[in-house]
Design a binder for this molecule. Structure first.
Ligand code: ATP
Ligand code: MG
Length: 413
């Protein structure tokens, strides 16, 4: 458990038994918060990823995969979650190595509470303390940084909020080996959102160096923000930004990726040469969309554009963000319009604005807020390889040599 007083529990079971468990836990609302339920076996991992529970109460009938595989999958999406296995027999079976306890489905309310508390580490177990497993640290594949681009075809959807929170979270998980590069040269304010706006050197100071951006120069130009994230800020005056070409952005991304684990790029809402370079070098492209038709249409157009440009659509994900407290649309409606699933749905939180103003992103300021939990889950998803089972086999290519050729263009060259 992550130092919280209330244990967050996800229950994965058939509806009828979930209702029974909720009744059993109702009296313990001050210590147990049922943050989610999964009533289909196929939804357990996704719910765990979204909710980041402290404890997953999993009925054995829902454990479709062999235990170790399930544990590895769960650990990759929600590393801190401990599993309590619920069994059909009257007496609980002995806990398996991938679980933190087992309990019978006919257990009494106090017994269920005790099993959850032991799994969460609140009550010391009488049994062998070696049970359970530990999830991976935030870690990118070795070689060079994972480049993550946050983009939106419409302004004001929360792209910078997502980029700054992700960058800080990834930096925290990777011992500071993460950078945020702001290429919204006209209006970008990632530096203000991370309270490093007084750092004098900016992206414009790298423009005259072409391909010769060495690590010492970069180190001087990068500011250091919360969780030791390194930040490349935009110049205070837009004329200075004119010298920053697509080629400059390419060489900045390549230089920043060296020796780091993650580079997050915040972008403007229009596609220009610099944004194209970022798209091309991205390992993960997050399209940030808010709950309004204009934003959803912007995302639809961006998806079509990316497809036309030949971007690997496997690397593209849609992030739905509530910038307002009330909306007229459902996530499913938006998925239907876009023709693809939404990776994560970020709730509205009135503390976002003050957190951005104060320079401390919500993942640090309010880590237990639902929005922060989901942003942390998103960072974890980015940090672990997509296919954990194949992780050892993934070859990370070196960044392109100087003779690099575009894979796509908008016909402007
Ligand atoms: N989940 C949220 N809850 C509450 N407010 C939010 C949320 N996400 C974003 N906001 C607010 O919405 C506004 C726009 O956010 P942000 O600047 O991140 O968007 P953007 O897409 O980068 O905009 P721009 O096009 O100006 O660069 C900010 O005031 C921010 O505080
Ligand atoms: Mg922005």
């Amino acid at each position: 458990m992550r130092g919280a007083d209330v244990i967050r529990v996800l229950i994965a079971d058939e509806i009828a038994r979930i209702v029974g468990d909720l009744e059993k836990l109702e009296a313990y609302g001050d210590v147990v918060d049922v943050c989610g339920v999964a009533h289909q076996a196929s939804a357990v991992i996704e719910e765990a990823w979204l909710r980041q529970p402290d404890v997953l109460v999993l009925h054995e009938r829902f454990a479709e995969l062999p235990g170790a595989d399930f544990a590895a999958h769960l650990a990759s999406v929600s590393p801190a979650t401990r599993v309590v296995l619920m069994t059909s027999g009257a007496a609980p079976v002995a806990a398996d190595t991938w679980t933190a306890g087992a309990i019978s489905e006919s257990a009494t309310a106090p017994e269920l509470l005790e099993a959850i508390s032991i799994a969460a580490g609140v009550v010391p177990p009488d049994a062998d303390p070696e049970i359970g497993f530990t999830g991976p640290e935030i870690r990118a594949p070795k070689g060079r940084a994972t480049v993550v681009v946050a983009f939106s075809g419409k302004g004001g959807t929360g792209t910078s909020m997502v980029a700054t929170n992700l960058a800080v979270m990834l930096a925290q998980g990777a011992g500071g080996h993460a950078a945020l590069v702001d290429i919204d040269l006209q209006f970008g304010d990632a530096a203000g959102m991370l309270h490093v706006e007084n750092h004098l050197l900016t992206i414009a100071d790298l423009a005259s160096h072409g391909d010769e951006i060495d690590s010492a120069l970069l180190d001087e130009v990068l500011a250091t923000g919360p969780a030791d994230v390194r930040v490349l800020r935009t110049p205070s005056s837009p004329e200075l930004a004119e010298a920053v070409s697509g080629a400059t952005v390419r060489s900045i991304i390549r230089a920043t990726a060296k020796g780091r684990e993650f580079v997050v790029i915040d972008t403007p809402s229009q596609v220009d040469e610099r944004v194209l370079e970022a798209f091309e070098l991205a390992d993960r492209l997050l399209l940030v969309t808010s709950y309004n038709l204009s934003s959803v249409r912007g995302t639809k157009s961006t998806l079509l554009l990316l497809e036309a440009l030949g971007v690997d659509m496997e690397s593209v994900d849609v992030v739905l963000n509530h910038t307002r407290s009330r909306t007229n649309y459902r996530r499913e409606d938006i998925e239907e319009i876009l023709g693809r699933r939404i990776l994560v749905d970020l709730p509205y939180d009135p503390r976002v604005d003050p957190s951005l103003d104060s320079g401390t992103p919500i993942v640090l300021a309010q880590p237990r807020a639902e929005l922060a939990r989901r942003l942390i889950a998103l960072a974890q998803l980015i940090a672990v390889p997509r296919r954990p089972a194949d992780a050892g086999a993934i070859e990370i290519p070196e960044l392109e040599p100087p003779t690099y050729r575009r894979r796509f263009s908008l016909g402007r060259r």
